[in-house]
Design a protein around this ligand. Structure first.
Ligand code: NDP
Length: 256
């Protein structure tokens, strides 16, 4: 196997929500493979800490404070990354939120805020990087779905709609941009130990043990479990892989 198959030296990756959780796990993996990283998030303190963590891996890293639901801000962010890091090869659409309520209790503003953050942001960021990727002769878009891309849940109407939608959006981009040598794929995380699920564990009775019982790997996922799949989907190793959605879930989605 050629070493450069998984190599990302000289590449530049934007990771939305890269200042913590799964996004930071992927950013670390991409940096360890040699990519320079732009960390995109709203919390500047968290982003500063993530940049220090990534720089310690001997690559360039910058933080770009951006609300990914804001079209103008996304445009400015992409221009800033191009001018600071020189190019854009990889986009990880990872920023996400959840509001846990059944459909009859969810307000329109709550629905919109989940859809905007989890789905519309991926459209805005992907559209904004497309010219740079096309001009560079190719690129990689990695979108983050969920087990809710596959399953329903009474407490996640907007979240499940956004995560189902992101898989279909991924397929559309894969078809539209194959001619530009841009591959678009989705990752579907199982239950991963992050700030997002810490709240879920306190809100949903018995969740911790239910996840353990349903997961063949018999553990919650860790953020570093996402380094390998991020490198695979960002590197030449996946040049003939596009439009797919890969569960990273310790077997949760295949448990009968
Ligand atoms: P975290 O809450 O740890 O991270 C979410 C990230 O999204 C933060 O870095 C946050 O940064 C960023 N973010 C949220 N809203 C915005 C916004 N408007 N603009 C810019 N950045 C934003 O969650 P996870 O790491 O758990 O989640 C990451 C992704 O993985 C999400 O898409 C989530 O749905 C998905 N996922 C997670 C699972 C899990 O078990 N943890 C399971 C399945 C999917 P900041 O606050 O600085 O803006």
């Amino acid at each position: 196997m050629k070493a450069e198959l998984f190599g990302l030296k000289g590449k530049v990756a934007i990771v939305t929500g890269g200042n913590g959780g799964i996004g930071l796990g992927m950013a670390r993996g991409l940096a360890d493979a040699g990519a320079d990283i732009a960390v995109v998030g709203r919390n500047e303190e968290k982003s500063k800490a993530a940049v220090a963590d990534i720089k310690a891996r001997s690559v360039k890293a910058i933080a770009v404070a951006t609300d990914v639901t804001d079209k103008e801000a996304v445009g400015r962010m992409v221009e800033h990354v191009r001018s600071e890091l020189g190019r854009i090869d990889i986009l990880v659409n990872n920023a996400g939120i959840n509001i846990r309520k059944p459909p009859h209790a969810l307000e329109l503003e709550e629905w919109s805020s989940v859809i905007d953050t989890n789905l519309t942001s991926a459209f805005l960021c992907s559209k904004a990087v497309h010219p740079a990727m096309k001009a560079a002769g190719g690129g990689k878009v990695i979108n983050i779905g969920s087990m809710m891309s596959i399953f329903g849940a009474s407490f996640a109407p907007a979240y499940a709609a956004s995560k189902g939608g992101i898989v279909q959006f991924t397929r559309a981009c894969a078809c539209a941009w194959a001619a530009d040598n841009i591959q678009a794929n989705a990752i579907l995380p199982g239950w991963i130990d992050t700030d997002l699920t810490k709240r879920a564990r306190s809100e949903i009775d018995g969740l911790h043990n239910k996840v353990l019982a349903r997961t063949p790997a018999a553990r919650w996922g860790a953020i570093d479990d996402f380094a390998g799949i991020a490198v695979f989907l960002a590197s030449p190793a996946s040049d003939f892989v596009t439009g797919t959605a890969i569960p990273i879930d310790g077997g949760f989605s295949v448990m009968g």
